[in-house]
Design a protein around this ligand. Structure first.
Ligand code: ATR
Length: 287
């Protein structure tokens, strides 16, 4: 089968972009440009370093210049909620915007992160969330979205651990209010769990310690361990989890699925998942 040929950039080229700070290491341009090329679309995806104080102007700029859409990453996802014309249900439900589509309704804000967590856990760990017991590490932006999404998937019990305990308390309070059937506790579990999920940024740097205090919870008590970090491919947590015999996966699948959903929102076409996954692996791991 011959590959579609991507049209050269011209006056009809549609543009997408990711805004973040820092943005230099983003793998999103590689993933989306490979997908556009595979489908023969005359679209391109760029990355821009955008300071939070300029976010509103940058969104307006993309809108008036006819961009098809943008992604938002750290630290813009919460700020953007007040900067779009319309909030899709997904953005309202999770209180964060990582994808904007520009069109006749103006700038429409979506959240594709939350669904991506579940898609990646199912695909990479074959994990059924309904009835599961989960230890979630982290209560920042990513941790909060993960906690609420897992609760909406009817996990049975959620244990929340965060360096700043008041933030875990706040997330627990939100779950009690919105998903009262889920048992939520702040602190480490005393009995085995189906999943340990790292949503902290601890592990991004090569010499970072594991976010899990093994004196409080042994990995022998965990069936699966998922780390939202994908660079490095194996964090200290995943290394220890493998040694303890857990099923493990890193955050590449989450990155893939949030991007695939954004691609579909912008283009209206099914995302070429295999092409996007290969582009991510090549970009991040070089193979
Ligand atoms: P994101 O949007 O990626 O979630 P964030 O909102 O800044 O980013 O959250 C970062 C998460 O990593 C938080 O849970 C943070 O813990 P605090 O709430 O106590 O700040 C956690 N984190 C970052 N550095 C950490 C460290 N050195 N030790 C433990 N947790 C850390």
């Amino acid at each position: 089968m011959s590959q579609p040929v991507q049209p050269a950039i011209n006056t009809a080229t549609r543009l997408c972009a990711v805004y973040g700070s820092p943005i230099r290491h983003s793998a999103s341009p590689a993933m989306h440009n490979a997908a556009f090329a595979a489908l023969g679309l005359n679209w391109r995806y760029l990355a821009f370093e955008v300071d939070p104080k300029n976010l509103r102007a940058a969104i307006e700029g993309a809108k008036v210049m006819g961009f098809a859409g943008i992604n938002l990453t750290v630290p813009h996802k919460l700020l953007a909620v007040d900067m779009v014309d319309v909030l899709d249900e997904s953005a309202k439900r999770w209180g964060a915007v990582n994808t904007i589509r520009f069109g006749p309704e103006g700038a429409v804000g979506f959240n594709t992160d939350a669904d991506a967590i579940v898609a990646a856990l199912r695909e990479d760990l074959k994990l059924e969330l309904r009835g599961a017991r989960v230890l979630l590490l982290g209560a920042g932006g990513a941790g909060r979205t993960a906690a609420l999404k897992l609760a909406s998937e009817h996990v049975a019990e959620l244990f929340l651990v965060n360096r700043t305990e008041t933030k875990a308390d706040a997330v627990a309070g939100e779950i009690i209010e919105r998903f009262p059937s889920v048992k939520v506790l702040v602190g480490y579990p005393k009995t085995p769990v189906d999943l340990v999920l790292n949503a902290t940024s601890l592990g991004l740097k090569a010499d970072d310690a594991s976010p899990l205090d093994e004196k409080q919870f042994s990995l022998k008590q965990a069936r699966c361990v998922y780390d939202m970090i994908y660079r490095p491919a194996e964090t200290a947590l995943l290394h220890a989890a493998k040694a303890a015999g857990c099923r493990t996966a890193n955050g590449l699948g989450m990155l893939l699925h949030q991007g695939a959903k954004a691609f579909e929102i912008w283009t209206g076409q099914p995302a070429p998942l295999d092409v996007m996954r290969r582009a991510l692996e090549q970009n991040i791991y070089g193979h």
